[in-house]
Design a protein. Structure first.
Length: 122
């Protein structure tokens, strides 16, 4: 999974405003038709929420991985192109899940420090 993330860790992917715009556009294009796709959307929103929360100090490694995973999700022509029926988002799901598991302690810390959390906030 790390090799899939590396592609999106360059300087051109560090602009958080560009990420916000592209992420919201991608969410509007993804039909939550299958359970794993719904889980993908919720997990991607969670990573995005933590990444963009100005009141939470995210580690540098987690910030890079969250950003890279979100850009992987946004990219339509990744390992399995998103336009392929049924399986198009499977690789996106696996990458997001991998990053979520890799940074479980960081995510747990976020929930401990955040008093109010609404899962589907936008």
């Amino acid at each position: 999974m790390e090799k899939h993330l590396e592609r999106f860790k360059g300087e051109e992917y560090r602009d958080i405003n560009k990420l916000k715009e592209a992420f919201r556009k991608k969410l509007s294009e993804v039909p939550p038709t299958m359970e794993y796709v719904r889980n993908l959307i919720l997990d991607a929103k969670l990573l995005f929420r933590i990444l963009t929360d100005p009141n939470f100090e995210l580690s540098k490694e987690a910030k890079e991985d969250f950003t890279a995973a979100l850009w992987y999700f946004i990219e339509k022509k990744d390992r399995i192109p998103d336009w392929l029926p049924i399986i198009g988002y499977w690789d996106d799901y696996k990458v997001i899940k991998y990053v979520k598991e890799k940074h479980k302690e960081e995510i747990d810390k976020y929930f401990q420090e955040t008093k109010f959390f609404i899962a589907n906030y936008f």
